[in-house]
Design a binder for this molecule. Structure first.
Ligand code: SF4
Ligand code: SF4
Length: 122
């Protein structure tokens, strides 16, 4: 059974993300999400979370649901990033591009690539 984040109890500190030895936890929409295909059930994150926001789920049925939810969340997040890229492209000036816009585009492209990579590995 992979670890599971209880969203309502999570405070978004990201300590679990940094502590996971196999990088099974990523942040989507400001909340950590466990990739159930990577989690080795080491319990590090559960012991570390001071808010009791991480647990193990109890059944194979829930495990399948987690994997589905994870995939769905990745796709939703990718939609948001792609929409922001389209919006940025529409606002892109013909001349005198501001540095913050270049940074924004790079950040969005990096996030897009990261999400696509995660989706390929699910
Ligand atoms: S350590 Fe706990 S509170 Fe902090 S981000 Fe992870 S699940 Fe949320
Ligand atoms: S139980 Fe261990 S492997 Fe699984 S998400 Fe938590 S820290 Fe990572």
């Amino acid at each position: 059974m992979p670890a599971f984040i209880l969203e309502k109890m999570c405070r978004g500190c990201k300590h679990c993300v940094n502590a996971c030895p196999v990088q099974a936890i990523t942040v989507l929409a400001h909340l950590p999400v466990v990739d159930p295909t990577k989690c080795t059930e080491c319990e590090t994150c559960i012991e570390l979370c001071m808010h009791g926001a991480i647990t193990f789920k109890a059944s194979e049925e829930n495990k399948a649901m987690d994997e589905h939810q994870y995939d769905q969340e990745l796709r939703l997040q990718l939609d948001v990033v792609m929409a922001k890229l389209v919006d940025l492209k529409a606002r892109w000036p013909a001349h005198s591009v501001q540095a913050f816009m270049v940074c924004e585009r790079e950040d969005l492209e990096e996030e897009r690539d990261r999400l696509l990579h995660l989706l390929k590995s699910t």
